[in-house]
Write a protein that binds this ligand. Structure first.
Ligand SMILES: *Cc1c(COP(=O)(O)O)cnc(C)c1O
Length: 402
């Protein structure tokens, strides 16, 4: 079967809840993916930053095979020999006392919401069912009904109500908006230090620090959703390190398993995590030994291959090269680490299609933004290769809609 056949089958039998580029990938290695027709592409999305370590990293492949042959799931009814070391290593990495393991990002966000609310009632003394959480316009935190209920993207929430109350949406980037939204019933704010799905929106310097100060003063938990921004993507292990702030809770996922498997976690200190007692919260697969073993190895790969440092260095180089491109449809190029937005003044889909034809896989976000987020293992030569193609496409006249 070729590309056309696979696409027809998927369209016929699969739900149409995505609008993928027409490339059918069958294998991948590092930054390169190969389609069923034998074409090779440089992956500039890295599965929304889940494969920061590169596709099919040999160490992760080896680890997942080894662990799969030993033990995959006990459920949390019993203990397993991977969970303890995994939690210890994540705690040391993040500086947080405790780890609550989950699977998908959205589940870890839900965990943060539950922890924040229960902390609000049992520690802060908020009256029953009155807890409020502050979130931001343009946010993306996942797809559960609670989470899409506080999305500002009509496509995400439209048709899925009624929604859970208790969320206040304020303007991203405006610290005063948070100040004004806080009431005695506010238990937490949940923020992406850089908004990824929102279009790689980087708030001005000092914003996170100011929010941290407000939260400390008002006894509100500062929760960072680092699912996409964390684990090296921005040139820091966690994006909040750019402003030297310490959150009260951290949510991670995606690259935590290097693309092998859904693994997520909510991390916080004892003062918050102690609100959970046995039976309060859980997940059948959360903290399973396969996930823990893979995540432990995925974190080791980030450290031992210096992926955080590479992201900072090569990201700066990538940005500098892209900024030299002259195109009449370019509005702005911005980025941090290997996380770059090319914002156009017209829909980006035709350029993404043209880039695909030249061997570069990019996906538009918000209609007119091309996101560049390759695996952090990309080499300087590969950055040059990618930049040459972006330059060719953007310096050519705009293509008709595709
Ligand atoms: C991807 C993402 C999520 C949701 O993760 P899933 O694994 O898709 O549920 C949540 N928050 C942010 C910032 C993300 O980028």
């Amino acid at each position: 079967m070729n590309t056309k056949h696979f696409i027809e089958m998927e369209e016929r039998y699969g739900a149409h809840n995505y609008h993928p580029l027409d490339v059918v990938v069958e294998r991948a290695e590092g930054v390169w993916v190969y389609d069923v027709d034998g074409n090779r592409y440089l992956d500039c999305l890295a599965a929304y930053s889940a494969v920061n370590q590169g596709h099919c990293h040999p160490r992760l492949v080896k680890k997942i095979k080894e662990q799969a042959e030993k033990l995959t799931l006990t459920s949390r009814a019993f203990r397993n020999d991977q969970l303890g070391p995994y939690c210890k290593e994540l705690s040391e990495l993040s500086g947080m006392d405790k780890v609550l393991p989950m699977n998908t990002g959205a589940e870890a966000v839900e965990t943060a919401i539950k922890a924040s609310r229960k902390w609000g009632y049992t520690v802060k003394g908020i009256p029953k069912d009155k807890a409020e959480i502050i979130v931001f316009d343009g946010n993306f935190h996942g797809r559960t009904t609670t989470i899409v209920g506080f999305s500002t993207d009509p496509q995400s929430y439209g048709g899925f109500g009624p929604f859970a109350p208790g969320f206040k949406i304020v303007k991203y980037g405006d610290a005063n908006a948070v100040r004004e939204a806080i009431t005695p019933n506010t238990c937490a704010l949940i923020i992406e230090p850089i908004q990824g799905e929102g279009g790689i929106i980087i708030p001005k310097d000092g914003y996170l620090k100011e929010l941290r100060e407000i939260c400390t003063k008002e006894n509100v938990l500062f929760i960072a959703d680092e699912i996409q921004s964390g684990l090296g993507r921005t040139g820091r292990m966690f994006c909040f390190e750019w402003e030297n702030v310490r959150p009260d809770g951290i949510i991670i996922g995606k690259a935590l398993s290097g693309g092998m498997y859904p693994v997520s976690a909510f991390l916080c200190n004892d003062n918050v995590m102690s609100v959970f007692t046995p039976g309060d919260h859980g997940s059948t697969y959360g903290g399973n030994p396969l996930a823990c073993a893979v995540a432990r190895e995925a974190l080791k790969v980030i450290a031992e291959e210096r992926l955080v440092e590479r992201s900072e260095e090569l990201g700066a180089y990538f940005l500098e090269r892209l900024r030299a491109i002259k195109s009449d449809r370019l509005r702005e190029i911005r980025g941090r680490g290997l996380w770059i937005a090319i914002e156009l003044d017209k829909p980006a889909r035709p350029d993404c299609v043209a880039l695909k034809q030249k061997g570069l896989l990019c996906k538009e976000t918000h209609e007119n933004i091309i996101r560049i987020a390759p695996p952090l293992t990309i080499s300087k030569d590969e950055v040059d290769w990618a930049c040459d193609r972006v330059k060719e496409v953007l310096e050519a006249p705009a293509m008709a809609g595709a």
